[in-house]
Design a protein around this ligand. Structure first.
Ligand SMILES: Cc1cc2nc3c(=O)[nH]c(=O)nc-3n(C[C@H](O)[C@H](O)[C@H](O)COP(=O)(O)OP(=O)(O)OC[C@H]3O[C@@H](n4cnc5c(N)ncnc54)[C@H](O)[C@@H]3O)c2cc1C
Length: 247
């Protein structure tokens, strides 16, 4: 998968601070410089003051101001299964690559055996992989080779059938019914910083599936570059405490 920050609010942490300070300001916030807005907060520099205020908000569960800045992520090549999981989050805006308007008629079914178009789960190729909901432990090389063979045969054959149906004039929106749930999809999604922390709580957690966990970890890395004080604090003090942001 490839996860990138497509666009985001400029200076998100300044905006969070302005919104939070508005609650306690007698003057109109838009008429004041940021230095004035932050003048009563502890710290030697404006960066120190930002850190003081943001940390205070996060420590005290005052998450509302984190809803103002937004980030948009572009995600390439996750499974439709992962897509079904992430799209359950109702405060995120999604655009999903269409299988009605995009047809995969030029994909070589042999390339599908090498990982094109369909995501291969690690349990299909790694004998030492033990998934959370797996009854058995690690397996021997022979077993995993058989798994990979069955998996590759099935997905390649599904893509062949899909392309045959297209050749027989079936519309892509109907022919897609034979494609596997592991078929890759590209997603654009936008969320605010509070929601981003909630996604981290739910989807980077140990009980989430490996694929959505990997995607979420990449999103959190990008978020740390975007809003460093907030997401460094989140990663250090709040992550892995599921549902902390749920009211
Ligand atoms: C490990 C894991 C396994 C899962 N397994 C399943 C499964 O087997 N089957 C299944 O159906 N789902 C499953 N889910 C999805 C899960 O039940 C939630 O639907 C999904 O994670 C969305 O999260 P959320 O409920 O926090 O809501 P979000 O849409 O992310 O909303 C964020 C918060 O806003 C509030 N909120 C939003 N909408 C409402 C509302 N209408 N009323 C009241 N409060 C609201 C809630 O406090 C909520 O926590 C699973 C999720 C995880 C993380």
């Amino acid at each position: 998968m490839d996860v990138r920050l497509l666009d985001a609010t400029d200076d998100p942490e300044k905006l969070i601070c302005q919104a939070a300070r508005n609650d306690y300001a007698s003057e109109f916030i838009a008429d004041q410089s940021f230095e004035e807005v932050m003048s009563t907060i502890d710290g030697d520099s404006i960066e120190d003051r930002k850190e003081t205020l943001l940390t205070h908000l996060l420590e005290h569960g005052h998450f509302g101001p984190f809803e103002h800045p937004h980030a948009t992520f572009a995600i390439e090549g996750v499974s439709r299964s992962c897509m079904a999981q992430i799209t359950r989050h109702r405060h995120v805006t999604f655009d999903i690559q269409s299988m009605r308007y995009v047809s995969f008629d030029d994909v070589d079914p042999e390339a599908v055996r090498e990982g094109e178009l369909v995501v291969y789960p690690p349990s299909a190729t790694d004998p030492d992989w033990v998934g959370r909901n797996q009854d058995t432990g690690p397996v021997d090389e022979e077993t995993v080779e058989k798994r990979e063979e069955v998996f590759a045969d099935t997905v390649a054959s599904a893509v062949e059938s899909y392309q045959k149906l297209l050749e027989l004039g079936m519309p892509p929106e109907d022919a897609r019914f034979v494609l596997p749930i592991g078929t890759k999809v590209n997603i654009v999604m936008t969320m605010n910083a509070r929601m981003l922390m909630h996604i981290g709580d739910m989807r980077a957690a140990a009980d989430a599936q490996w694929e959505i966990r990997e995607m979420t970890e990449q999103i959190l890395d990008l978020a740390e570059e975007w809003a460093p004080i907030t997401f460094e604090y989140y990663n250090e003090h709040m992550k892995n405490r599921k549902n902390r942001l749920a009211p």
